[in-house]
Ligand binder design. Structure first.
Ligand code: SMG
Ligand code: MG
Length: 380
């Protein structure tokens, strides 16, 4: 297969509701969308970088730069037998996993479309529905949190995740447990604590949380291992797992008992599959994380979450929680049993609405393969 054309867009969409983590509150989403063309087919990859370098060091601007200057020239017009060749082809570029993943995942979509198969099939998925969990941001009051939890449980979600930070942790968990009993519940700190908070975090042990996600620093492994020795609650790593190698080290150190997989964080689908398989070999359950994706990135996540060891509900929820309208129609829906049907059409398998993409576009650039380039300039 050959990628003949790569289009890069910066999109802006308002969020249906604000989303607050330990590091920021957001009311809109800006993200890059990669569109690839090859063999008469069009494929998509959503980049999970953000406007600011708060979740990760990458931003939309760094991803734009790296894709334009370094990734596009390495993939355009290159004969690829399989999309798993994309990540190794980018080895010279250090880091920038979100930029790499946006292009790599679009290449998998292109490949799947060429094969006439849904992505789940070419990725090696084993299920046609995935379990859906919901991530509820920090709210203005505990009452507001309780209302949100009530709403999401009524919608059927199989587990609740709440964001925590110092000053919004034990009381928030206490509120949910007092109001909703033993619902599957976890917390995500987005690196808001230090090892000096170990005794405070241990106060969460009595609430029977399924896990505490990324309590300590975004690139830390050693302190998480020390913390895990002091906590009964399993630690799940998110930000710290930037590669398969980091996961090997974290597992060997006992820094986590669960791992959250986001393909953008590790450089795409191929690395996500390697991470998934590593965790399976070590008896570490995984679940699929979320980055407030539009329906395009959400569909990509659904397909990956069909792999066997994604044994816990992911942060993959209904479109209507994020964007109205979404960039796809029909949107992603969660059924009353808290599951999402896996699209079965070729590639991502969702119907993308070009008008909505155009309306959301702030910036656009097109890159073409050397030969195709002369054809385009001749107006062919
Ligand atoms: O997509 O529902 C979603 C968001 C899930 O909580 C979520 N993501 O650390 O896991 C995480 C956060 C990162 C989002 S901040 C951009
Ligand atoms: Mg997280």
């Amino acid at each position: 297969m050959q990628i003949e054309r790569l289009e890069l867009r910066l999109l802006k969409l308002p969020l249906v509701q604000f989303f607050e983590t330990s590091f920021s509150r957001v009311v809109e989403k800006q993200f890059l969308l990669v569109t690839l063309e090859g063999g008469g087919l069009t494929a998509y990859g959503e980049c999970v970088a953000d406007v600011d370098p708060y979740y990760s060091s990458e931003t939309n601007d760094t991803a734009w730069h790296v894709i334009s200057a370094f990734i596009a020239p390495r993939v355009l017009g290159v004969e690829l037998a399989h999309p798993r060749e994309v990540f190794p082809a980018l080895k010279a570029i250090r880091g920038h996993n979100m930029a790499k993943a946006a292009v790599e995942m679009a290449a998998w979509d292109l490949y799947a479309r060429q094969q006439g198969q849904p992505l789940t099939r070419v990725l090696g998925g084993t299920r046609d529905r995935i379990a859906s969990g919901v991530s509820i941001g920090i709210q203005d009051s505990l009452d507001q949190l309780a209302r949100k939890v009530e709403h999401e449980l009524a919608a059927g979600y199989q587990r609740i995740k709440i964001k925590i930070k110092p000053g919004w942790d034990v009381a928030a968990v206490e509120t949910v447990r007092a109001r909703f009993g033993s619902v599957p519940l976890m917390v995500d700190a987005n690196a808001a604590y230090t090892l000096a908070d170990a005794a405070h975090l241990a106060a969460l042990d009595r609430y029977g949380l399924t896990m505490i996600e990324q309590p300590l620093d975004y690139d830390d492994i050693a302190d998480h291992a020390a913390l895990q020795r002091q906590l009964a609650t399993p630690i799940c790593l998110d930000e710290s797992i930037k590669s398969v190698h980091a996961a090997e080290q974290a597992i060997a150190a006992g820094a986590c008992r669960i791992i959250n997989i986001k393909p953008g964080r590790v450089g795409g689908y191929a690395e996500s599959i390697r991470l998934h398989d590593l965790c399976a070999r070590h008896g570490i359950p995984v679940w699929h994380g979320g980055m407030l994706e539009s329906g395009i990135g959400r569909a990509a996540n659904i397909h990956l979450a069909t792999l066997e060891n994604f044994s816990l509900p992911g942060d993959i929820a209904a479109s209507q929680r994020y964007f109205n309208p979404d960039l796809i129609d029909p949107p992603i829906v969660v059924d009353a049993d808290g599951t999402i049907a896996v699209p079965q059409e070729p590639g991502l398998g969702v119907s993308i609405v070009p008008d909505r993409i155009d309306r959301a576009t702030l910036r656009r650039a097109v890159f073409v393969a050397p030969l195709a380039s002369s054809a385009v300039s001749r107006g062919v």
